[in-house]
Design a protein around this ligand. Structure first.
Ligand SMILES: [Zn+2]
Length: 264
């Protein structure tokens, strides 16, 4: 069977294990059902996720123009503490920024090979955690907007990681005795006093179970360096497809790439 279309990050369903779906040009491919099959992936073009242009993808699925102009690619996406929509101040497009920033947000701890702190919109839970390949997650604050969540994160990340090391994430085994509540208590002294009213201490740890076995080593390939790849799909963690021979591709890192996908 041959499919083709623009890569978007896989959608997922929280289950044991997590179920993944790749949407290629309206064909929804259940990835869990093709484990053990040989796939051939061929890069055939580009399609910007914002404007549809076939220019080379610059970053995050956007062509260069959209990356520097679209409100969906603005600095506050990466750095929530810079948010200004709550002050009525536009960065690129106030209406879009209001819709992204002036909604409930969650500050969380997650385990991706290291314990890290992060921020996401409430509606992105648990998707955000699944996308980053976290095996555990624990909300530690719930805020009314993105700015407040960003201010809490910016304080806490001086004491705890805020980035995922993808190799560690892919190599880490399931650790059943990790207690994120202990970490929350340990860093509580650094929780900014001005935002204390948003702290949330009664949350449950969420466990995330991937269709995945940690490999002995990690070889990540990209379609830039290797425009055609054939391999047997073994598992998925985060947004990474795992192939036989410990080869990996980051699906999210290829948003906007147009591919042909053959399932043999
Ligand atoms: Zn574009």
């Amino acid at each position: 069977m041959i499919f083709s279309g623009q890569i978007l990050k896989m959608s997922s369903q929280l289950a044991e294990p997590i179920q993944y779906f790749l949407n290629l040009n309206d064909d929804l491919i259940s990835m869990n059902q093709i484990f053990g099959k040989e796939l051939r992936i061929k890069h055939i073009g580009y399609q910007c996720v914002n404007c549809g242009s076939d220019e080379k993808i610059y970053r995050m699925g956007f062509c260069k123009k959209c990356f520097f102009e679209s409100p969906y690619a603005s600095d506050t996406i990466i750095r929530p503490e810079l948010s200004t929509a709550h002050l009525g101040i536009a960065e690129r497009d106030l209406e879009v920024e209001k819709s992204i920033q002036l909604v409930p947000h969650v500050v969380y701890l997650s385990y991706t090979g290291d314990v890290k702190v992060g921020v996401t919109r409430e509606t992105q839970v648990p998707t955000r955690w699944i996308d980053q390949g976290a095996t555990f997650a624990l909300p530690i604050a719930r805020t009314e907007n993105r700015y407040e969540a960003g201010m809490i994160e910016v304080e806490l990340k001086q004491h705890i990681a805020d980035k995922t090391n993808y190799k560690k994430m892919l190599m880490s085994e399931f650790e059943s005795d990790l207690d994120l509540k202990e970490f929350r208590d340990k860093i509580s002294e650094y929780f900014p006093k001005d935002f204390k009213q948003f702290a949330s201490d009664e949350e449950d740890i969420v466990k995330l179970d991937y269709p995945y076995t940690a490999p002995g080593k990690v070889n990540v390939f990209t379609l830039d360096k290797q425009p055609e790849f054939t391999g047997i799909l073994k598992g998925i963690k985060g947004q990474y497809l795992q192939f036989e021979g410990d080869y990996f591709i980051n699906v999210r890192g290829h948003e906007g790439y147009v591919i042909e996908l053959e399932i043999k």
